[in-house]
Each structure stands twice: as structure tokens, then as C-alpha cells.
Ligand binder design. Sequence first.
Ligand SMILES: [Zn+2]
Length: 491
Amino acid sequence: MENKLMIYNTLSRKKEVFEPLHAPNVGLYVCGPTVYGDAHLGHARPAITFDVLFRYLMALGYKVRYVRNITDVGHLEHDADEGEDKIAKKARLEQLEPMEVVQHYTLRYHKAMEALNVLPPSIEPHASGHIIEQIKLVQEILDNGFAYESKGSVYFDVAKYDKAHHYGILSGRNLDDVLNTTRELDGQDEKRNPADFALWKCAQPEHIMRWPSPWSDGFPGWHCECTAMGRKYLGEQFDIHGGGMDLIFPHHECEIAQGVASMGKPVVKYWMHNNMITINGQKMGKSYNNFINLSQFFDGSYPLLQQPYSPMTIRFFILQAHYRSTVDFGNEALQAAEKGLQRLMDAWNTLNNLVPGSETTANIAGLREKCYEAMNDDLNTAQVISHLFDASRAINQIADKKTTINSADLEELKKTFHLFAFDILGLKEERGNNTGREEAFGKVVDMLLAQRQAAKAAKDWATCDRIRDELSALGFEIKDGKEGTTWKLNR
Ligand SMILES: [Zn+2]
């Protein structure tokens, strides 16, 4: 293809031409959820953003290996090296095994992702299943002199690393900034420098999630898993690492440092980050107590919501903004998205019923090229949607006989619409619509049976039999009983 995919690389702070290390193969790693609670809106955005990237890369003909991990150990409450393990805490509060918590919320996460039409990744590794790889990583960093052991824990020596390399290249921070914003935390007495982060933590006696290691019975630091698993499944260097902007520091910064400290060179070529979501203009966060779970969106049970919003409405709403802009969720905007999505789906149905004419007067030229151009410009899904709206208007004009389309252009329009709306943006017609449609079809059958009843009453046996026979031929089973006639569709 002529135009090339440009993506914004957080590392260089500019858009770069995407050139995979080993075309046609592409390695993509995205940080997945820590499974100690239900998936909320904050999970939906990265999942959808990188699902569209995954779909688009495949549409461009690349063979993509997409790794999205499940964090089930080592993610402490305050994201740094303090507090209880999030999974272990939930297990303690609910009197469950940690792995019961993990299993329960992993399944619920999958269900929510399926509802959002997010494709499953190629590999979904669990941190707890890769302790050996993480221990090996920690040992390499120790051997290379960028970590030290302290009371059974192992810490990354940020100051030493910063002298040899540069700590903070992704977030644009320098070591002084980091030190100035580091709070006095647990385990600080074990660290040489408050900026150091844990690679391995010695477990307290009451800590149940623990594994033996050369240093102590304990568990890996949160940042280790992505470095270890990315390397295992995508190699020592791979193409794209993604996640939410909130992960740039410390998580991704630490991943970069771990990669360089263990393997001597940067692991990731392109770093991509989606922006955050606000709710009625307010940041989403624990302190605001405004995490809306996806299930609460789907059933409308969250107090702030005026109605339920379907998974596709949420997907469409998120894609109406560029992934690097913030998205503000509010009822009005969601209702507008719901209507917009319906307009597109209606246009798709109209498109499938259009009758071609001998020539094309409709304004549909260049739709495919325009959509590719938008996607190639750092995944501008908002622009693609606006092109699809233009196409929808053209489709409605053809249906209203104001313009015409020939059969070749009609086929091309159908293919382009399907490619971008369904294959790449990942929209789908929802069951809600189908149920409504099925209901309507059912009523037509009822209507025919009522006519048959009238024919019977008038002793018009020929009409009576004809209706039954024709419905049977279509697969409807008609039963006359004492309570009246019933039917079902056998297929
Ligand atoms: Zn990660």
C-alpha cells in the first residue's frame, strides 16, 4: 500500500512511520488488568484502543502476535512498593483463595471484553505462571550490577542505572524529579535510594502468595512480569508496547530500565498510550469514588446514569474520540453516541437492500482511501466514523431515489463499509436490535395464523391449508390445539 501507517511514539513524542522489526510479523504487548475486581470504564479504553490497532494491523496484512497479560500477583495497593497485594487483600476480605479471586474476575473480564467485541489476544499469560522467568530476570539485573539485595528483597538501583543510561526517557522525568515526588514509603529503610523499586519482595509470614527464590520466599515486583513475559513470547526486541497513559510512570519507565539493565538494549520500538477517561468532567479515581463498572453501564444501575448503555454504544463512544484525547462520559454524550451508532447500523441495513442502477450519481467516491488515510494517521477512528456518516447520508439518498449507484460501486461500498465499521472498528449489530427484529417477524407469523383462523371460520379450507403448508415449508411447525394454534420455528 502507498500510504504508511504512522503511529505516535511516546518515546520520541512524535508520529513515526510504523516499520516492524520482522515484517510481516508484528509483536504487540499490552498491559492487561489486575484481576481483583470487576472491569470498569478505565479497562474498556485500552482494551478497545489496542483491539482496533490489532484489527487494523491484521487488515493491513501483518501477522500479529498480541500478548495481553493478566496480573495476578505482585501488584501492590499503591502501585509502588507499599501496601498489601491487591489480589491477596481481596482474598483475605472475601475469605477465598487468591486464585479463586483471580479465576472469578478473569472470567468476568473476559465476558465484559466479549460484550465490547474486543478480540481475545493471541496469548494471555498470567504473572503467577511466570515466576521462574521473573526470577531469571532479577538474577540477570543483579549479575549486571543494576540491583542489590536487602533483607531478602531485591531492589533496582535507579541511581546507578541512571549514570550508565537514562532513567526517565519515556516519562521525560529526571532522577531529581523522581526523588522529589517519591513519598516516604514502607520498606524505605531497605532501599539505598527512595527512587529504587522492588524486583523481588521478601514475603511477610502472613503473606500467602509466595514462591521460593535465591533471596527469600517472596513474590516478584509488579514491573517484572511484563518485561519477563514480553521477552518470553515476543523476543528480546519487539515492535509495540501499549497501555494507558497512567502506566507511563512508574510502570513502563521501570520496564524500560529492567529491559536495558538485563539485556543491554531497549526492548520496545514503539510505545503507545491511550489517554484517560473522565466522568462528567471529573477524573476517575479511587478518591472520587466514581469507578463505573462495565456491568453497571450495561444495566444502567449506576446512580449517575439515566439509562443503560449497550456495550456497542460504549465502544462507539470511545472510538468517536482519538485515543490520545481524553473522553468525558456523560449521559448527553452517550445518548448522542447511541443515536449515531443506530444511524450507522440503519445505513448498513439500507445499504444491503439497495437496488443498483445503471450509473452512479451518489457521492461515494474515494471512501476506502479516505478511511485508510484516517487510520494511517495514528489510528484516527474519529475521522473514519465521520467518513462513514458521510457514506450513510449518501446511502439514504440512494434509498430515497435522489441519487443512483451502479452495481460495481454498490459492491465496493458494501465491502468498504463492512471492512471499516465491522472488521476494523469492531462494531457489531447488537442482540437488542435483533430481538426487536425477531419480535416483528414473530408478529407477522401471528398475523398469518389469525388469517388462517378467519379462513377456517369461513370454511375456506383451501386458504387454511395453504397458509399452513407454506409456513411449514419455511420451517414453522404449526400445532392446532384446544387452546388455539401455536407455532415454533424448527431450524
Ligand atoms: Zn505491564
